[in-house]
Structures are given as C-alpha cells and as structure tokens.
Design a protein around this ligand. Structure first.
Ligand SMILES: [Zn+2]
Length: 253
C-alpha cells in the first residue's frame, strides 16, 4: 500500500510524498527542508524524486536532497537541472510495486510532465504539477494556449475516479473565479463552502468536471460568461477560444 501525504512548502505549494515500507518518493520538492524533516521523523529513505517541470518552486530542493540521498533517482526531462534519469512521453517506471506512466502535458511550460500511478485495482493517481489545479489550471508561460487546451482535454479522458494531485493549494481562489463564471453552479458553491478546510487536494476528475471552468468549455453558462467578457458569438463555439478567454480573464481576476 502506497501512502501519499502532502508536505507544505512556500506559501501554497504541496510536495507530495509517497511512502511504502521505509522508502519514499518526493514529487516536485521546491524546498528540501520539509522533505528532510519528514523523512527523519518517519525514518524513511528517499529513493526517487519526480519532477513535473523545472520552475524553481518545484526543483529548488533537488540538490540538497540528492546530497543527503546520493542514490536517489531524479526523474524529469533530460534538460532540467539535477535530473539523472530522463523520462518523456510514454516512459514507464516502477514505483514500489506499482507502475507509473509518463505523459507530456505542455501548456504551463513547453516541457511539462505528468506521472500516472496505477495500483492493483487500476485506480489512477495523477501528479499533474501546474497543469491542472482544482477549479483552475496553470498560467501559460513557455507553452501555448493550444498546448494547454490539448493537455487539459487529455486529462479529461481519464476515468472519473482518477485522483489528481496538483502542486498548489489554489482551490479557494479558483472557485471564486469559477463562481463568477457560473454563478448558478451548485457544485462550485458547495466546494467553495468546503474549501476552507485544508488540504483541499487531492480531487477526482469527476469533481473537476463539475467545478472546473477550464473543463466546462461547452457549458451554456460558461459560454455566456465569456461572451459577456468580450468573446465573439462565433468564437464561443471554439473550445480553444473559450479556454484562452477564461485564462486571460483569470490572469487579471
Ligand atoms: Zn510552474
């Protein structure tokens, strides 16, 4: 049985820590201290680090962690600092007794990766970094809006019961935006009511389909909201245009 716990880092990052027996894996350790403290307190050995992308708040702790645990495999794109085991779209690796698949899900950055962990019951747990947040998605930095759209569509193909483990606690702020887009959406209202008790993560894809405007591009109230926000009546039938409008709107919300 793999146990997964969120370690708080910076103001609103989560470093997801997977543990099994006396071994542990850290996902996106932007800081080393919370990981080192947890490992010491629970007498664990760090065997791997999974990186979703190379932003400092995701990789900042890697060098201190590999100094403390020199045998540790650091997975990620070959071009990122500290990676010693390169992975890319389609790569497979083992996590304890489970298998992990890698997806390339660009948009937030051009080289963003996701780690899909499957257990013996085929339940998926997806470490999706800064691509999809609860009720929101990452900003577009080095990727493109079209890449982000395709990556979110791809995540939306996962089974409803899939658990998502994003790297930030942005849920309450995202839900306030989602509620502005869809004021009549009761699932958003209820989620906002519950968002004060932290962590709000992980979340299921089924939940995101109800509350995340970036996965609800065809919903009439979402379309009406982006038209109100200046999108043309023709463009509103192009999901990519709706997504771009929502993302720009959220950037200034
Ligand atoms: Zn990032």
């Amino acid at each position: 049985m793999v146990q997964i716990v969120p370690l708080k880092a910076f103001a609103d990052n989560y470093i997801w820590l997977l543990q099994h027996g006396n071994q542990a894996i850290a996902v996106d350790p932007g800081q080393a201290e919370p990981v080192l403290q947890y490992l010491a307190a629970h007498q664990l050995i760090l065997t791997a680090i999974w990186l979703t992308h190379a932003h400092a708040d995701h990789i900042g702790g890697v060098s201190a962690l590999t100094q403390a645990y020199p045998q540790c495999h650091v997975y990620g794109d070959h071009s990122w600092n500290g990676v010693n085991t390169a992975v890319a779209e389609g790569s497979q690796l083992n996590c304890f007794d489970h298998s992990v698949r890698i997806w390339h899900i660009p948009g937030h950055t051009a080289d963003h990766l996701a780690y899909l962990l499957t257990n013996s019951r085929q339940l998926l747990r997806v470490f999706c970094g800064d691509t999809l947040f609860s009720a929101g998605c990452g900003r577009v930095f080095t990727g493109t809006m079209a890449q982000l759209y395709h990556s979110l569509q791809r995540l939306d193909t996962l089974p409803a019961s899939t658990w998502l483990y994003p790297a930030h606690e942005y849920t309450a702020a995202n839900l306030r935006f989602a509620q502005t887009v869809e004021p009549d959406n009761l699932a958003i209202k209820y989620a906002l009511h519950k968002a004060g008790s932290l962590p709000t993560l992980p979340v299921t894809i089924a939940h995101e389909r109800l509350v995340n405007p970036f996965l609800r591009l065809q919903q009439p109230q979402v379309k009406a909201a982006v038209i109100n926000h200046g999108l043309s009546a023709e463009a509103v039938n192009q999901p990519l245009a709706v997504l771009s409008c929502l993302r720009e709107w959220k950037n200034h919300f």
